[in-house]
Design a protein around this ligand. Structure first.
Ligand code: NAD
Length: 379
């Protein structure tokens, strides 16, 4: 093969399509036939410090998904001002398997990445606290640990919901909305949604609708959030909660409210249903809940939308505090401080430059990554 052809051939390798000036620093494939392990790790950018990102277990994961998630962590961690870069890993396996088999797979994964000191493992879809306990036992480099070994149980304390509420407190005045008495609708009454509802309620807002994968319940008189959480725990759903009107699941989308909080699945709002939203402010608790096109339409209608990687950073901030050996109290204080400051910064920038909050947030995050890169040795 001549020289030009071999260069062309190398550039055609699918992995190079991801390369830009921010990363990725490394893409690694791991295979251990004895343990049945097939995994990929993408360490995207480590300018601010070792990368933090979850390990996702699913049978249909891919390199492309792993890279996009790693880049999202680079931007989320930089936006949050953490001393960590972004990375992500995926294990090709069906997560619902016998516990002893899952344990040996996770331990094999931990050993495979043991020497990659620029990557700290966290939980993601298909993995949990117990898995992080096994990773910690093998390589002493994991976050989202069980309480028994110094972990801060972020879903139990509502770290992400706490950040979502802090974000709403800053954003509401930007659409002339008093939080006291503001009507809130929550899509996805799970770990994020339930706690966001609870903390917003404590700030004077009234939850008027909430949904899960089975149904949506609504009451213009307001819903008792703790009683709804207890009802969901005992029955498995928000459906038929006394004193509310039960609708089909997607009834939440058209619920009249002042603040709409998606806290369920990606891409739930798209150009086909965005017209149904009847709200003034959206705080994105879930990751990528609204397509780019729908977000543009909301901006044109004057609905203020706070992007996911600013609003839902509470979980990763909590993980970083845990890694630095901080306490639960430190974590909640740091989440409030960082999300309040970042929401203010992007909304001021958006107002001044007449851009969307997402554009302002992207610019802020990329600037922080580049500033951190400028402090590193150049080769
Ligand atoms: P969860 O599983 O605890 O809760 C999700 C809830 O959404 C459940 O009640 C489920 O019934 C409901 N749901 C599922 N599909 C739905 C639909 N189509 N319509 C309405 N409700 C639906 O999950 P979680 O940890 O609360 O995470 C929710 C979202 O937030 C995910 O996108 C996750 O990636 C993102 N997120 C979570 C955290 C965290 O700290 N847990 C941090 C950042 C981002």
């Amino acid at each position: 093969m001549d020289n030009e052809a071999s260069v062309r051939d190398r550039n055609a390798d699918p992995a190079w399509q991801f390369a830009d000036e921010l990363g990725p620093r490394a893409i690694m494939h791991f295979h251990n036939a004895d343990a049945g392990l097939k995994a990929i790790l993408v360490v995207d950018n480590v300018a601010a410090g070792p990368s933090i990102g979850g390990v996702r277990m699913a049978s249909d994961v891919s390199l492309s998904e792993c890279f996009r998630l790693a880049r999202a962590m680079t931007l989320k961690n930089a936006a949050a001002g953490l001393r960590h870069g972004g990375g992500k890993s995926v294990i090709f396996a069906e997560p619902k398997m016998a516990s002893d088999r899952k344990e040996s797979l996770i331990r094999a994964f931990a050993n495979a990445i043991g020497d990659i000191r620029d990557y700290i493992v966290g939980p993601d879809m298909g993995t949990n606290e117990q898995c992080m306990g096994w990773v910690w036992d093998e390589i002493r480099r994991a976050v989202g640990l069980p309480r028994e070994i110094g972990g801060i149980p972020l879903d139990e304390i509502g770290a992400t919901g706490w950040g979502v509420a802090a974000c709403a407190r800053v954003a509401a005045p930007y659409c002339d909305l008093p939080l006291d008495g503001a009507r809130v609708a929550i899509q996805g009454f799970g770990s994020v949604g339930k706690h966001a509802a609870r903390f917003l309620n404590e700030s004077g807002a009234v939850v008027v609708a909430a949904s899960d994968s089975r149904a949506c319940v609504a009451s213009q008189d307001g819903i008792d959030v703790d009683a709804l959480a207890a009802h969901k725990l005992s029955t498995g759903s928000v459906e038929n909660f006394p004193g509310t009107h039960t609708m089909e699941r997607d009834g939440i989308i058209g619920s009249a409210c002042d603040i709409w909080i998606p806290a369920a699945r990606p891409d739930v709002i798209h150009s086909g249903n965005v017209g149904q939203l009847n709200t003034r402010l959206i705080i994105q608790g879930a990751n990528i809940p609204i397509t780019g096109e729908a977000e543009e339409q909301l901006a044109q209608r004057g609905v203020l939308v706070i992007p996911d990687f600013i609003a839902n950073a509470g979980g990763v901030i909590c993980a970083a505090v845990e890694y630095a050996r901080g306490t639960q109290h430190d974590a909640m204080r740091t989440i409030e401080e960082k999300i309040t400051a970042n929401t203010t910064e992007i909304l001021e920038y958006a107002k001044q430059d007449d851009v969307t909050p997402r554009a302002a947030a992207m610019a802020m995050a990329e600037r922080r990554v580049r500033d951190a890169m400028a402090l590193r040795r150049r080769y």
